[in-house]
Design a protein around this ligand. Structure first.
Ligand code: FCB
Length: 438
């Protein structure tokens, strides 16, 4: 069976985020972030896990980047920690910047292209105390942070992402409270979402002003909403969910306006906007990232009969990714797309021979790459794919219980072990074609 092939130049990578892997939470001048505060608060993270040590990547980064090289990956998506660089939100901690400089230089030494995300959820706690994303001042603060990182790394980093998953930041951080800073206030969450979008646009300008030839984008998590019975009522509900979660971010960025019906329905909860905001949000992008894991099905409480579920309780459904990509391509004028995250958590364990066999993860990656290729054959401009994640890591409110890595991490010894999926992915990458399933 011949594997499905990808165009030459297709970008193959793996993704991580600072708080989930670095550890060294208070070393070399790093300030406290909202995730340090949150994970140190009893009852917020499963088993009381924290990112204090995580994968100790801060000290082991060279060994970890070697793994990328050994897996034939030529692209690496990582994030910088705002609180490592601006511990109190104001003055620069040069040792924090030094770390990211070492990281980037090592990537380039290994001929791996850096894809840098400025914000993957770890706001300096000092800024949270001034209102965080709920305070309009955050727009200028984020642009200043972008400028500082761009000035130090802009000669070497060509691919920049402003925010990771504004939906999660706004709604899980400020409406459901499952994530830092743990607030539960829908009106605030909508204001936060708006500030995130404006801050994104301001950072796009700052990055372009302080780099040469930077390619700039944003990463959005998208959850297609589908129906179980395809009734008119279910279709309407699915569409409403899509509009209030996904289009709420896509429309401002790609059309310069919020979805009108949802805006109306929010009434007194509508965010305050200033003249010029929508144009600022809708800056032309060089690319954008989609994080895709699963779909949402309306018309059922609980699981879809016959479907497979991951350790997160998320349904495995690759065709929904294909359908969503094709739909997006019809509805919006889009810049090139990167799949910036895709992957699955399973209860991986060592086998007796020391290997970690994860056939379900291989099948997951296979089918989602296949779905991506099918969408590309229908004209969707996908330029690359990053598996989430390189390493098992701190999975936010779930702590270390959920393993998303293609590389297993033994947290007691910090030993790394390639899972079978890492080997499968390396083969796929080197052939630029889907390696067959065992
Ligand atoms: C995404 C996050 C990433 C990781 C995966 C599983 O929402 O961006 O950090 O936690 O989910």
């Amino acid at each position: 069976m011949k594997g499905l092939s990808f165009p030459s130049g297709f970008v193959w990578g793996a993704a991580t985020a600072a708080y989930q892997i670095e550890g060294a939470w208070n070393e070399e001048g790093k300030g406290e972030s909202i995730w340090d505060r949150f994970s140190h608060t009893r009852g917020k993270v499963l088993n009381g896990d924290t990112g204090d040590m995580a994968c100790d990547h801060y000290h082991r980064y060279r060994e970890d980047l070697k793994l990328l090289r050994d897996l034939n990956l030529r692209a690496y998506r990582f994030s910088t920690s705002w609180a490592r660089i601006l511990p109190q939100g104001g003055a620069v901690n040069s040792r924090g910047l030094d770390f990211y400089e070492r990281l980037v230089d090592t990537l380039l030494e290994f001929e791996i292209e850096p894809y840098l995300t400025l914000y993957h959820w770890d706001l300096p706690q000092a800024l949270q105390e001034r209102g965080g994303w709920g305070n309009r001042d955050i727009v200028g603060q984020f642009a200043d942070y972008a400028t500082i990182v761009a000035k130090r790394l802009g000669d070497r980093v060509k691919n920049w992402m402003t925010l990771n998953e504004p939906w999660v930041i706004a709604f899980m951080g400020h409406r459901s409270g499952e994530h830092a800073p743990g607030l539960r206030d829908e009106k605030l969450a909508l204001q936060v979402a708006h500030h995130l979008l404006v801050a994104h646009g301001a950072a796009v300008d700052a990055l372009r002003a302080n780099t040469r030839a930077a390619r700039v984008g944003i990463v959005i998590n998208l959850l297609p909403v589908e129906t179980l019975h395809d009734t008119e009522q279910e279709r309407a509900l699915a569409e409403q969910n899509w509009q209030s979660d996904s289009a709420w971010f896509l429309d401002p960025i790609f059309r310069g306006s919020y979805p009108a019906a949802i805006w109306q329905a929010y009434g007194a909860k509508q965010p305050r906007t200033l003249p010029g905001d929508m144009a600022q949000i809708a800056r032309q992008l060089d690319f954008w990232g989609i994080n895709y894991y699963s779909r949402h099905v309306v018309g059922i409480n609980g699981r879809v009969p016959g479907s497979e579920y991951t350790a997160m309780g998320w349904e495995v459904n690759a065709p929904a990714l294909e359908r969503m990509l094709v739909r997006l391509n019809h509805e919006y004028q889009l810049p090139p797309i990167l799949i910036t995250e895709n992957g699955a958590a399973f209860a991986d364990q060592y086998a007796d021979d020391g290997s970690v066999q994860d056939p379900r993860r291989i099948a997951y990656l296979y089918t989602h790459l296949e779905a991506t290729a099918r969408a590309m054959a229908q004209g969707v401009n996908v330029r690359g794919y990053f598996v989430w994640s390189l390493l098992d890591n701190f999975e936010w409110a779930y702590g270390y219980g959920k393993r998303f890595g293609i590389v297993y991490v033994d947290y007691t010894t910090q030993k790394r072990v390639l899972k079978d999926s890492a080997k499968w992915y390396a083969q796929t990458v080197s052939e630029n074609a889907l390696a067959p399933l065992a």
